[in-house]
Design a protein around this ligand. Structure first.
Ligand SMILES: Nc1nc2c(ncn2[C@@H]2O[C@H](COP(=O)(O)OP(=O)(O)OP(=O)(O)O)[C@@H](O)[C@H]2O)c(=O)[nH]1
Ligand SMILES: [Mg+2]
Length: 1094
């Protein structure tokens, strides 16, 4: 990078009004990186001849090889528009689903986005995802419809057809935006309503919410060429335009006012040559719309002359009329595209069109919406106005975007990325100045003279060995290899960050605010006016760090900076010890941590990794740690078995992670297991009616297996465990102090789906409950409250029928991890506990019956047991899904934790005699119900049990007992595995459709629907495919269709595998067919759909 341009950028960084932070978003392969090339070329960083071919921002080798972007990377560009000079901080993001977490990290740092859509493919699944991500982060998008050349050359559309096609694409994009907008407005309206209610009480507050859908101004939300937020382009040929440009050209040429043209160039208008007027109703009158006549026709005829007909004369004419200069070698070039892009890139340079749209339409850091600031600052369900006053004050700092010395520094790090240490500017070779060259020359001359002299004396003294040896040692020390440490430090981590307030300086001390940091707590614990330079007392989730080197991100290169003012994107060195993946940094302890990033990707593909040579384990461990830090989405864990497991978002992501691990972070040979297929375990309803013989036969087999299982388990714990024929499991703790009866019930499918889709909300609910339990009340936003209410209502709607009466109010917990898709129900009639929905009873708290203290103390043990049971099921230790555990009986010996152990002993001694009375005590709980536990299945309590203390505390035993009871209850029902499923959208031409179906069928995929893409000869197929069958799927499809179809696999849902995993082959034929191991868990999948004939 030239010295002068660096100076310029540093100067521009100080003027936030003219800064634009934006990212390029799109579905995979729609041309983001190609477009970025054109913009980069406009700054002379790469030659314009190479723009589009180099894909400069794809700096990794594998990105170039595969032709897809895998990491977001940023570059700063300057752009002059009239008298104004702008600094454009551009981030190119990947479009492949596997890397969507890189999109999340990019979007967070931006104020705007360029959404690119392929003119042929139109809106694709990832297009919708990125539009949503832009919405979630409140950043403003502009649209580039790219690859218009394909409409001309590939689809051979006429200009008129192309116009209709482009209109459709705009409609599609706007439909997506429309959905997002409507849901948002509705939400806001609801929020406004409830806030109004509150403000009635507080009186003088003013809210400027846009009220309802009708009143909300959505006109500048939509993409429309006349709004100036759409550019039509062919990035590969280097051209692009907005209708502003053509309005200008024609207003001069035809003497029509530019404003009129702006309004009429796009839409149903035509030119009446006779009347010299622009009229409406082109379609009805069968006239050429203005856009076709004045814009598209020009481009079509240019392509026709240059590419299709290669008409030299015509080309010359066009070149002169456009007033562009073309070099002779371009005219003679064998590839007409060279000439074409030479002409187009001068006539309608895409960089000019895109950058001027960006500078005009996208907000500067100064225009950050207050709403966005509040969203960034309100972690989880917290209401902004419930934050401490000092924290709320900081909102001003965000909005002012001030680079004053006294402005608090606020920085958000959205990811950490690794660079080769040698590539850092401080180690980079730079051209020498004249002076340095002279100095070096002098040094070299000196050395040469010395050597000559030494040689001379060496020859003289050759006989004296010692001297020679000395000389050798001397040279040895010079050539000493670099220490090992150096070798290890090859990767340096740089934080990808943005300054939201203040000026960051190298060496500055700042607070690092962890995601759970609470500014209220911090402010109360820290002495007033405390800064990160002081010695800071211990505060949870708060630490201090020193800013290392600051960098300007220039694609493949970094430039060192001394300081970076507010509103800019930057790289920060020296944070790897303090920041794992993302963090909030600030000089003010009042600053809250930013809300966590919205990740769309689900890490689902797991592999176990080993070093080829076992001795290299420490290197692998270190490498995996680095990989974990360098990737926003990869997860690294060590399983109980000691295996090192890597979890990634998909096959391509996995491959990239393995490459990185091998070549950069561990630098050793590694071997990765086949992907470990994730399963979920569930139970289903036992068949109600008599099935066909086959099924019944199977049921019997199942029954036999269960019997075997039960026998074996009962042999172990028969004195404490009872299973009744209805599946109710009663278990007593080894110390005989507590008994629980639990039944497993399959949840209706819709409920499971609802729970699985509401995990975030349930997690929030759990957090709220947690703080209520701790006696703190958390002010949660109305929006969250309403969402919780909605969830409750939906659950009530879905859980109907006698079996589920009052079930929703009786929910005890969700699991695993307290927010999973399984329920624990409190069906112990006499046991009352605070509802999980208690945050909804604000103000009018339901009269709480005094909970039985003895049981209440152990409430949490039951929950913990349930969490453990749902975390790993009995079939293959995979998490459960869609299972409801109903606790139907629970009693605890009179002993409370406060009582002494000896009294417990006493209890046990008096046990036998008191059994009746105890049973009665227990029946208090059962008397209302049919009391399934009161029947013959009641746990037998053996009084000869030893004193409690030899088994440890009651709560621990209760946890274990609950877990075991859940597991037993689960096993008492017909069990099934659930397989992870992908959905995929495949676009394919009619010729290869058959082959696509072939591959799908072979891999047990299911086609959901198929439709013809309008205006093309492409079919869009939507299918589901088990994750287990997906490895190599994309490659196979590509190969079988010669690259014509390329699917995107997105994790969708879990699906019950209908066959029984415990089915075992019993006849000889079955053995022959399935082999002996047909009973192993994963085989369930294979057996699936290949059941034995009746
Ligand atoms: N015909 C045509 N092809 C284009 C155009 N722009 C890009 N391409 C081609 O489309 C392919 C993908 O381009 P990229 O720029 O790598 O796409 P991308 O959106 O960055 O892809 P990912 O980063 O992997 O999501 C390349 O082969 C480009 O040459 C265009 O305007 N017209
Ligand atoms: Mg790309």
């Amino acid at each position: 990078m030239g010295h002068s341009s660096l100076e310029k950028i540093i100067a521009l960084q100080r003027n936030p009004e003219n800064i634009r932070n934006l990212c390029i978003l799109a579905h995979v392969d729609h041309g983001k990186t190609t477009l970025a090339d054109c913009l980069v070329a406009s700054n002379g960083i790469i030659s314009s001849r190479l723009a589009g071919k180099l894909r400069y921002l794809d700096s990794r080798e594998d990105e170039q090889l595969r032709g897809i972007t895998m990491k977001s990377s940023a570059i700063s560009l300057h752009f002059t528009q009239g008298e104004k000079e702008y600094l454009v901080n551009l981030i190119d993001s990947p479009g492949h689903v596997d890397f969507s977490s890189e999109v999340s990290t990019a979007v967070r740092l931006c104020d705007g986005a360029i959404v690119v859509v392929d003119a042929v493919e139109g809106v694709c699944p990832q297009t919708q995802v990125v539009l949503r991500q832009a919405w979630l982060e409140n950043i403003r998008p502009v649209l580039v419809i790219n690859k218009i050349d394909r409409l001309i050359i590939e689809l051979k559309l006429t200009s008129q057809e192309a116009y209709a096609h482009l209109q459709k694409i705009l409609e599609q994009v706007n439909a997506v935006t429309g959905t997002l907008f409507t849901s948002k407005v509705l939400e806001e309206r609801a929020e406004k309503d409830s806030e109004e209610k509150e403000s009635d009480l507080s009186g003088d507050q003013v809210y400027d919410w846009s009220a309802g859908l009708e009143e909300a101004d959505d006109s500048n939300l939509y993409f429309s060429p006349d709004q100036g937020n759409v550019v039509f382009a062919s990035a590969i040929d280097g051209w692009g335009f907005s209708i502003q440009q053509f309005a200008q050209i024609y207003s001069q040429r035809m003497g029509i006012r530019a404003e009129v043209l702006l309004k009429t160039l796009w839409g149903d208008f035509y030119l009446n040559a006779k009347a010299k007027k622009i009229m409406k109703g082109a379609q009805a009158k069968g006239k050429k719309p203005l856009f076709v006549q004045l814009v598209l026709d020009n481009i079509w005829s240019l392509y026709d002359a240059v590419v299709t007909r290669r008409d030299k004369e015509k080309v010359e004419k066009v070149v002169t009329s456009l007033g562009v200069k073309v070099m002779a070698r371009d005219t003679r070039h064998s590839d007409p595209k060279v000439l074409l892009s030479a002409i187009c890139s001068q006539w309608l340079p895409v960089s000019q069109a895109v950058l001027s749209m960006v500078c005009e339409k996208l907000p500067s850091p100064l225009d950050m919406a207050a709403e966005r600031v509040e969203k960034l600052m309100s972690v989880g369900a917290r209401r902004f106005d419930s934050l401490p006053e000092e924290t709320q004050e900081l909102k001003k700092a965000f909005l002012q975007c001030s680079s004053q010395e006294n402005a608090p520094v606020i920085i958000f790090v959205s990811k950490m990325f690794a660079v080769d240490t040698k590539a850092l500017p401080q180690y980079r070779q730079r051209p020498l100045t004249q002076e340095e060259i002279a100095q070096r020359r002098e040094l070299a001359r000196q050395r040469h003279a010395d050597r000559m002299a030494a040689d001379q004396s060496a020859a003289d003294l050759a006989k004296y060995d010692s001297t020679t040896q000395d000389g050798q040692t001397a040279s040895l020390t010079v050539k000493e290899p670099k220490p090992e440490e150096d070798e290890q430090q090859k990767e340096t981590f740089i934080a990808f960050a943005r300054v939201y307030s203040g000026v960051v300086k190298r060496g500055q001390r700042v607070f690092v605010l962890g995601p759970k940091y609470d500014p209220a707590q911090g402010l109360s614990m820290l002495p007033e006016g405390c800064t990160a330079t002081d010695s800071v007392p211990e505060v949870p989730h708060l630490s201090c760090c020193t800013m290392g080197n600051l960098y300007l991100l220039m694609g493949r290169e970094l430039e060192e900076l001394e300081e970076v003012p507010c509103g800019n994107v930057l790289g920060i060195g020296g944070l790897e010890e303090y920041v794992l993946k993302s963090a909030t940094l600030s000089t003010s302890p009042a600053c809250p941590p930013f809300t966590p990033l919205n990740f769309e990707a689900t890490p689902i593909v797991r592999v176990a990794i080993e070093p080829k040579h076992p001795s290299e384990m420490p290197k692998l461990v270190r490498g995996m740690r680095l990989l974990n830090q360098a990737d926003p989405c990869a997860e690294v864990l060590i399983q109980e078995t000691g295996e090192h497991v890597l979890v990634t978002a998909g096959e391509v992501h996995l491959q990239r992670c393995l490459d990185d691990l091998r070549d950069r972070f561990a630098k050793i040979e590694i071997s990765a297991s086949k992907p470990i297929i994730p399963f979920r375990e569930t139970v289903i309803r036992p068949p109600k009616v008599d099935m066909v013989n086959e099924e019944m036969g199977k049921q019997q087999k199942v029954a036999i297996i269960h019997q075997v299982k039960e026998e074996s388990s009962q042999a172990r714990t028969s004195d404490t465990l009872q299973v009744d024929p209805s599946g109710l499991v009663t278990l007593t703790t080894p110390n005989r102090l507590a008994t629980v009866s639990i039944r497993a019930i399959p949840l209706p499918e819709e409920v499971t789906r609802l729970l699985d889709g509401s995990l975030e909300l349930i997690r929030t609910l759990e957090q709220v409950n947690m703080s209520l339990r701790e006696g703190r009340s958390l002010d949660i936003s109305t929006r969250t409250l309403e969402a919780i209410e909605g969830l409750k209502a939906k659950l009530e709607g879905l859980l109907q029928g006698r079996k589920w009466r009052n079930a929703v109010d009786r929910i005890w917990a969700f699991g695993p991890r307290r927010y999973g898709p399984n329920l624990l129900l409190n069906n112990v009639d006499s046991y009352q506990r605070p509802s999980v929905w208690q945050c909804l009873f604000k103000g009018n708290k339901p009269s709480k019956p005094a909970p039985q203290a003895a049981l209440r103390d152990f409430d949490n043990s039951i929950i913990s047991g349930f969490q453990l049971a749902t975390l790993s099921g009995p079939m293959c230790e995979e998490p459960l899904m869609g299972v409801c555990f109903s606790v139907e009986r629970w009693d605890i010996q009179a002993s409370t934790p406060l009582q002494q152990q000896d009294s417990v002993e006493e209890d046990s001694i008096s046990h036998e005699s008191s059994e009746d009375s105890r049973a009665e005590g227990g029946s208090e709980m059962d008397e209302q119900g049919e009391g399934p536990a009161a029947g013959p299945n009641q746990a037998k309590r053996r009084p000869e049990a030893g004193p409690a203390d030899c088994y440890g505390p009651v709560s621990g035993q209760l946890i274990a007992a609950t877990k075991e009871a859940c597991r037993q209850a689960f096993q008492a029902q017909p069990q099934r595995l659930m397989a992870a499923m992908y959905t995929c959208d495949i676009m394919a031409t009619a010729e290869v459709l058959g082959r696509v179906y072939g591959v799908l069928g072979k891999r047990e995929g299911r086609v959901l629907h198929e439709e013809m893409k309008e205006g093309t000869d492409m079919f869009i197929i939507k299918a589901v495919l088990p994750v287990a069958e997906s490895f190599g799927f994309a490659d196979e499809i590509r190969k079988r269709t010669s690259g014509l179809a390329s699917p995107q696999l997105v994790f969708s849902h879990w699906e019950v595998i209908s066959s029984d995993p415990y089915w075992v082959p019993t006849t000889e034929e079955e053995y022959l067919h399935f082999g002996e191991k047909a009973d192993s868990a994963n085989q369930a999948l294979k057996i699936h759909e290949r059941r034995p004939p009746p």
